[in-house]
Design a protein around this ligand. Structure first.
Ligand SMILES: Cc1ncc(COP(=O)(O)O)c(C=O)c1O
Length: 459
């Protein structure tokens, strides 16, 4: 693109090299699948989920901390992840009755399920108690409903955590403040063996390490206080919020420094503060390591040593981080038109399959252009934005003018990398009667690379 006759570099955001996703792209399989499905689809790499889960468990082992990793199901609706949790004994964090049913239906034991979310409905609470799941109680009235259920039901006790309103995020609508927690403890004591009060929980917005260690330290204090009252209080959950590092630091900082409204279709503006932090120096299992090594406010030693010394089990609920590099989204180009020196693509799906616009933002990692003959190469610069197959102006998968190395053509594919964490399906709907993109699981069985649908037609 030229401004006053001077060519200006367009911002790009390449993801970290990922040989496995590259191998899938280069295998030719994606064009076959696009032909088979006749529409967009997502592919999933469950062994990546296994590796991410193993990394979290290794971080716990290294710190000598007794802990459980519970996958936050909200990050992706696929069955594949839940199947892996069931097979590996991992826990799952669910936040609705539908999620609880799904998880039980795929074989996760009730005792390994944590039920989070605000003001849970009666049926969700009832099944959680019946299945021996651990409920993170969000408010005093929810606690009363849970206690009442446990008193009248055939199965007890109701296992519960009390969720702390983060003092540093006082406007959060989740959790209870100090006075409410005091009252909750009194009610738990009064409830006797109808409940098993196992500890406290929180979930913090953002990805910072120290605030998590600080609040975890505070929750350990609360456990010690609750134990004096005769309650079990032997565990805390620090929720999710382990960052994913999509891109290299230099690339991310260059992107932020370069991008301007003229780099987007219709001069669309985004606030940089609304972008996901696509580079994080400490991410995934390393973020857990850092939280465990941090010294909570007012303590002498690390959070890890505090947990060990007090016999406190650590629960965590990573969503996005367990899905890092575990999937991608594929769209086929239906049409190309030119406009003011750039191309506007229409692909065969919608931006509902790339959910970042929920946050008044867009998914920034560069998609890969794949022609029937392979990945597009060349030294050209073809600025291109990407629209969805709907009649809405705002249905743009990418407002940004991506500088592809070749001119895209109908029939080429766009592969959006690393979309399994929150991008794929949070917003998907059959708008315009378009079918929901299927999910394809790529795995190696009996020594052969194979694909299957995430949900077989009978499931
Ligand atoms: C209670 C709770 N736990 C876990 C998570 C998962 O967070 P993340 O995917 O950032 O790890 C969330 C996300 O909203 C949450 O609300």
């Amino acid at each position: 693109m030229a401004v006053n006759g001077i060519p200006q570099a367009l911002p790009t955001l390449p993801v970290h090299p990922d040989p496995e996703t590259d191998a899938v792209i280069d295998s030719g399989l994606l064009h076959e699948l696009a032909h088979a499905f006749g529409g967009p689809f997502h592919f999933l790499l469950p062994h990546r989920f296994d590796a991410n889960l193993a990394a979290f468990r290794t971080a716990l082992d290294e710190a000598g901390v007794d802990g459980r990793v519970c996958y936050a199901k909200k990050a992706n609706k696929a069955a594949a992840w839940i199947e892996r949790c069931a097979a590996t004994g991992a826990g799952v964090d669910v936040a609705s009755l539908g999620e609880l049913r799904e998880v039980l239906g795929h074989g996760v034991r009730g005792e390994n399920i944590v039920v989070t979310g605000p003001a849970k409905n009666e049926e969700l609470l009832r099944i959680a108690v019946l299945q021996g799941a651990l409920t993170a109680v969000d408010s005093l009235d929810e606690l009363d409903r849970l206690i009442a259920l446990a008193r009248t039901g055939a199965v007890r006790p109701a296992r519960l955590l009390l969720r702390r309103l983060p003092p540093a995020q006082p406007h959060s609508r989740f959790g209870m403040d100090e006075a409410e927690l005091d009252e909750a403890l009194t009610r738990c004591v009064r409830a006797g063996d109808a409940v098993r009060m196992e500890g406290f929980s929180f979930h913090l917005s953002g990805y910072a390490v120290q605030p998590r260690a600080d609040l975890a330290g505070h929750l350990v204090d609360l456990c010690l206080k609750a134990r004096v009252l005769g309650l079990q209080a032997d565990r805390i959950s620090i929720g999710g919020g382990f960052a994913v590092d999509y891109a290299a630091a230099d690339d991310w900082h260059a992107f932020l420094a370069t991008q301007q409204p003229r780099h987007y279709h219709a001069r669309k503006t985004f606030s940089a503060a609304d972008f996901y932090p696509y580079h994080s120096p400490v991410a995934g299992a390393d973020a857990l390591r850092a939280v465990l090594a941090a010294v909570p406010d007012g303590d002498q030693g690390s959070l890890g040593s505090r947990l060990r010394e007090t016999g406190t089990l650590l629960l965590m609920e990573p969503g996005r981080a367990l899905l890092d590099r575990a999937g991608a989204s594929v769209f086929r180009i239906q049409g190309v038109k030119d406009r003011d020196g750039y191309a506007i693509l229409t692909v065969d799906g919608t931006s509902l399959s790339l959910s970042e616009q929920w946050f008044n933002s867009e998914y920034l990692p560069d998609p890969v252009l794949v022609t029937p003959a392979g990945r597009a190469g060349g030294t050209g610069v073809h600025p291109t934005c990407v629209g969805g197959a709907t009649c809405l102006e705002s249905d743009m998968l990418t407002w940004r003018k991506i500088p592809f190395p070749a001119r895209p053509s109908a029939g080429d594919l766009l592969v959006y990398p690393n979309t399994a964490g929150y991008q794929m399906d949070s917003n998907e709907s059959p708008f315009h009667d378009l079918p929901l993109p299927p999910k394809v699981v790529l795995e190696t069985t009996e020594g052969r690379p194979r694909w299957r649908l995430d949900r077989r037609p009978a499931c």
